[in-house]
Design a protein around this ligand. Structure first.
Ligand code: AMP
Ligand code: MN
Ligand code: MN
Ligand code: MN
Length: 281
């Protein structure tokens, strides 16, 4: 068998079924053009793109890995848990994701009101024009509208100024429980992966408690090489993977052309000291 570290796996990205800019078939084509061999589409809280992604990937000769990225609230902050090799038809998963999505519409209206209170009118209607899936209105859709309105230069600037935690357009929301998200992924035969842990703003004590709980609940892997991590963070999460006995994952978190730092398939390989989550696929 080929050395698994040499396989170009990109196991985290988004389509118009959540907050990405391209439909699943176009993301597949872009992954293929980027040299990806093992590919997962991991839309937020939604598996509606899986059939199209799988068909497109297989037509291109890529190995498809069914995926999802679940929004979780843990110790007052949002954590993302990726599920890989899931059965997208599993009823427990499908129902859990529907429940997780259900608060998004009301939250989006609240975000619109919060932005109106700082002088930005029409944001809810504006964001809706960018939404591909009416069940999945995301802050990213508001951010794209605000950039196109000339309020900010980049999506990152919008989060820094308006939509990030503590900013005037931020509306708190309670997502799934960590135990539920891991339970749904396991019920669907999947592998729970801690997404981009370098992005969370926990204290060291909370960070360690999050990993203890994740592992105890059945968590199996951690994203080491992701578009959200710096090279220092790759090294840090190699150590975390060893410490907690987790496999390592790799994914660009691609959302759209020109958005974010990384193109599909273009990240450095997973460091050789960590076992890839795909080692036995
Ligand atoms: P939501 O699920 O509606 O809270 O939106 C979360 C999404 O916003 C994430 O999946 C990212 O795509 C995007 N996002 C969050 N923070 C940032 C940031 N600082 N810069 C750019 N995009 C961000
Ligand atoms: Mn996103
Ligand atoms: Mn995420
Ligand atoms: Mn993501």
């Amino acid at each position: 068998m080929q050395n698994p570290h040499a396989i170009n796996a990109d196991l985290h990205c988004h389509s118009t079924v959540s907050d990405g800019m391209l439909p699943p078939r176009d993301v597949a084509a872009r992954a293929h053009a980027g040299g990806v061999a093992f590919w997962a589409l991991t839309d937020h809280d939604e598996v509606g793109g899986q059939a199209e992604a799988c068909a497109a990937a297989e037509a291109l000769g890529m190995r498809y890995v069914p995926g999802v990225e679940i929004s979780v609230t843990w110790a007052g902050q949002t954590v993302h848990i990726v599920g890989l090799q899931i059965d997208p038809a599993c009823p427990a998963l499908v129902q859990g994701l529907a429940a997780t999505r259900s608060g998004r519409a009301a939250r989006a209206q609240d975000i619109g009101e919060a932005l109106a209170a700082v002088g930005i009118e029409g944001a809810y209607e504006g964001a809706l024009r960018y939404v591909g899936n009416p069940d999945l209105i995301s802050r990213t859709h508001f951010a794209r509208w605000l950039v196109d309105q000339g309020r900010c230069k980049t999506i990152g600037d919008v989060f820094g100024e308006y939509l990030g935690e503590g900013r005037p357009g931020y509306v708190g929301h309670r997502w799934a429980r960590l135990s539920d998200a891991i339970g749904w992924i396991r019920a669907a035969g999947g592998i729970p992966v801690m997404a981009h842990p370098g992005r969370y703003n926990y204290t060291q004590v909370q960070h360690d408690a999050l990993f203890d709980e994740f592992k105890q609940l059945g968590g199996a892997a951690v994203e080491v090489v992701t578009g959200s991590h710096t090279p220092d963070q790759y090294r840090r999460y190699v150590d975390v993977a060893h410490h907690y006995g987790l496999l390592g994952s790799r994914g660009s978190d691609f959302h759209g052309p020109g958005e974010g730092r990384v193109e599909l398939g273009s990240l450095p390989p997973l460091p050789s000291s960590v076992t890839p989550v795909w080692h036995d696929w």
